[in-house]
Design a protein around this ligand. Structure first.
Ligand SMILES: Nc1ncnc2c1ncn2[C@@H]1O[C@H](COP(=O)(O)OP(=O)(O)OP(=O)(O)O)[C@@H](O)[C@H]1O
Length: 281
């Protein structure tokens, strides 16, 4: 059901890399998402927010086909998984990277082996090339070379996130899904991770779909934000659009006490100045 949510700003002519229309997901009689619409544009970092339990993870899992939907269509990079055969699905899967909450690394595998899991699943490469590629990804996410031989239990929380990101990037995806990537990190670690995501978006041309509760991330690296509420996307747009939105939850979230500590002078500042305020803390 198109046009149910408020989409602000002019996105006409932009390349849509993910388009959800009328998506409904339910568990028995409990409807979590009801005719949800959402667009993600190429090259942007979209922050996806909403109160706890509103269905942010459910939507991400539905988009990734880990949960079934009751109705609606989802197109990723112009293709609808439902219309693809197995080899085509695999080809499309390879263009997506995913970082689940808590990193979700395999504890019995080293960082190098974790990064090579998707390579083994989708590609047929000699071990020496996979080792080289894993080392490249390790460098890309700012880990030291010797992290390759470490097991997840030997890594700090921030290193685990980076290693999980390296695995998400293993197949050079175009669209990356991040589920609360900065949760559990201290503010400095979280800010560094945000900077890494922004840098990778710029250098690799990634599109990023980021579920987050982290106001700093929303203010500093997200180009657009989508707010989930009432089982659909209530509003999507820039930080300024969020600040201007009169929905009570959006107001409380973006103008509440926590937001004020992130953005001391909210209201009329543009994204850049908001970001500066946030980072300057
Ligand atoms: N497999 C499942 N079976 C039944 N109910 C589920 C299942 N997965 C999620 N739910 C329900 O769907 C709703 C949305 O859950 P979800 O995990 O997507 O919320 P969220 O917005 O990601 O929350 P949080 O911010 O706390 O992570 C919740 O009420 C949850 O209990």
């Amino acid at each position: 059901m198109d046009g149910q949510h408020t989409e602000t700003g002019n996105n006409e002519g932009r390349d849509v890399v993910l388009s959800a229309r009328g998506v409904t997901v339910a568990f028995g009689s409990k409807v979590v998402l009801d005719h949800l619409d959402l667009d993600i544009y190429r090259g942007e970092i979209l922050g996806f927010v909403g109160a706890s339990g509103t269905g942010k993870s459910v939507l991400m899992r539905t988009v990734l086909r880990l949960l079934p939907r009751r109705s609606g269509t989802i197109k990723i990079l112009g293709q609808d998984f439902d219309e693809l055969d197995e080899p085509q699905r695999n080809a499309l899967d390879m263009r997506l990277g995913v970082l689940f909450q808590q990193g979700a690394l395999f504890s019995s595998l080293t960082v190098r082996e974790n990064i090579q899991v998707p390579m083994r699943e989708y590609l047929d490469l000699p071990q020496s090339l996979m080792d080289e590629l894993a080392q490249l990804k390790i460098r890309l996410v700012g880990l030291a070379a010797d992290a390759a031989d470490k097991y997840p239990s030997e890594l700090s929380g921030g290193m685990i996130k980076r290693a999980a990101l390296a695995r998400a990037l293993a197949l050079d995806p175009e669209l990356v899904f991040l589920d609360e990537p900065t949760s559990g990190l201290d503010p400095i670690g979280a800010a560094e991770f945000d900077e890494l995501i922004a840098r990778l978006r710029d250098t690799l041309g990634l599109t990023v779909y980021m579920v987050t509760h982290d106001l700093d991330s929303l203010f500093s690296v997200c180009d657009r934000i989508a707010v989930l509420g009432k089982k659909r996307v209530l509003v999507e747009g820039t930080i300024d659009d969020m600040l201007a939105c009169d929905d009570p939850w959006v107001q409380a979230y973006f103008k509440g006490k926590r937001a004020r500590s992130v953005v001391p002078q909210r209201g009329h500042a543009g994204k850049d100045s908001l970001a500066q305020d946030s980072r300057g803390k």
